[in-house]
Design a protein around this ligand. Structure first.
Ligand code: PLP
Length: 422
């Protein structure tokens, strides 16, 4: 009765079972995976948010496939502030980045076509590609050398990843190039590669795509007639000392480029369900892509009118919440690094931005075993690396959003136990 694309394994994993059991027993959980910003004690201007949803024009239905122009103009202004000039005509509003991915996959790929995605990365890519009948083939991100604790930032090296040495995560450009050029050589990858997907900065590695890497990606896309899909939901959250965000890819026009983002991270309002995609590229491809996307978007007309009217105001609210989030993640990170300085079995993989930290942990147990031990013995919830498709054991991922008291107690307990069991 059901499609092959919904043949998932429905048995909960061990960690989920233990978490359910703990909650059933009413035992406390120090949740170091909490990344829902509406649950992390940030101050939102509640009245302003609710008032923004009361625009009188919300009583009128004005269907517009791309979304209301006033809303798209606000998105274009946001990109102008990040160094990318785009016309509102190049912008499509969607209810989520997930929906934007569906539009782009539907636009580019026939069933079975391939999209190249980074590894490790965002777990939902597995579902998003599968639900759209797209084949996902990974290209590797290379972790910084062990022992290097200091990150170089995009600005420090003028974007030259080679100058940054092994201190940052890097795209394995050689492996990526081989996969694009000789897709048969990697087995599953058919010649029908349609797009390279990059996450800027990536979740959970917190690594930005360096300008030199972007150059190579665009070059590959241009030469092999592929599209670049770039996910910038975390782009405003940089740990760079200057604090200035990395440039957006939305202005890239050497290859057909789709830049995705939305309110869930920019204004920390995931409940608003409002995101977008920006299209850019060589004129002929851009015109054709816009025409086709308009039909896709017209088929759904999915973004509600009150939200479109609220978008300019909700986007402006980022100026209140982003400083709080940046202060929080920097504070948790600084505390963590200090705490890890005398805790040799556990180190942190350097990162450049985002909302997550990756711990390098002893491989005397699997990551899932560590996570289960931490939960059952100490009530501390962390994510094992395989959740993000790391290609080896030895990584746990924690969110940097929890309030410092929760973060510090959770990490203290976790490090204590790992020290004892190591
Ligand atoms: C890389 C990445 N893209 C997109 C999203 C989600 O965006 P949205 O809520 O707009 O679907 C997330 C959420 O964590 C993410 O990590």
């Amino acid at each position: 009765m059901f499609s092959a694309r919904t043949e998932w394994t429905f048995t909960p994993n061990r960690l989920a079972l233990h978490l359910d059991e703990r909650r059933r027993q009413g035992l406390p959980v120090l949740d170091l995976t909490e990344s829902n910003p509406t649950r992390c004690a940030f101050e939102f201007d509640q009245q302003a948010i609710l008032d923004l949803l009361r625009h009188p024009r919300s009583l009128i239905y004005e269907p517009e496939p791309r979304g209301l122009r006033s809303a798209r103009a606000a998105v274009a202004d946001y990109y102008a502030g990040r160094g990318a000039i785009v016309d509102p005509h190049q912008i499509f509003l969607t209810t989520s980045t997930s929906e934007a991915y569906s539009y782009v996959f539907r636009l580019l790929a026939n069933p079975g076509d391939v999209v190249l995605t980074p590894r490790p990365s965002y777990p939902l890519f597995d579902f998003l590609t599968r639900l759209n009948d797209v084949e996902m083939v990974h290209y590797p991100l290379v972790a910084p050398r062990e022992g290097d604790r200091r990150s170089f930032f995009v600005g420090d090296t003028h974007g030259d990843a080679s100058l940054a040495g092994d201190r940052n995560w890097q795209i394995d450009l050689e492996a990526l190039g081989k996969t694009v050029r000789a897709p048969r050589a990697v087995g599953k990858c058919s010649p029908r590669v349609r797009a390279i997907l990059a996450v800027h900065p990536n979740n959970p590695t917190g690594s930005f795509v360096k300008p030199r890497e972007l150059d190579v990606l665009l070059d590959l896309c241009h030469r092999h007639h592929l599209a670049l899909i770039t996910d910038e939901v975390f782009a405003d959250y940089t740990f760079a000392p200057t604090g200035s965000p990395a440039a957006s890819h939305a202005g890239a026009a050497r290859a057909l480029t789709f830049t995705l983002s939305g309110l869930s991270k920019i204004s920390a309002l995931p409940q608003m369900k409002l995101a977008w995609l920006v299209v850019n590229g060589p004129p002929d491809e851009l015109t054709a892509a816009l025409a086709r996307l308009e039909v896709i978007a017209d088929t759904y007309l999915s973004v509600s009118t009150p939200l479109q009217h609220a978008l300019p105001g909700l986007l402006a609210l980022r100026r209140q919440v982003q400083p709080q989030i940046l202060a929080r993640v920097r504070q948790n990170l600084a505390w963590l690094d200090q705490r890890l300085a005398d805790n040799p079995p556990v180190t942190r993989i350097p990162s450049e931005g985002g909302w997550y930290a990756i711990l390098r942990v002893p491989t005397s147990r699997t990551d899932e075993d560590w996570a289960v031990e931490l939960l059952t013995r100490e009530g501390v919830m962390v994510h094992p690396g395989h959740f993000y498709d790391f290609d080896s054991e030895g990584q746990l991922v924690v969110s940097l959003l929890p309030a410092p008291a929760v973060f510090q107690e959770g990490m203290d307990r976790a490090l204590h136990l790992m020290n004892a069991l190591f």
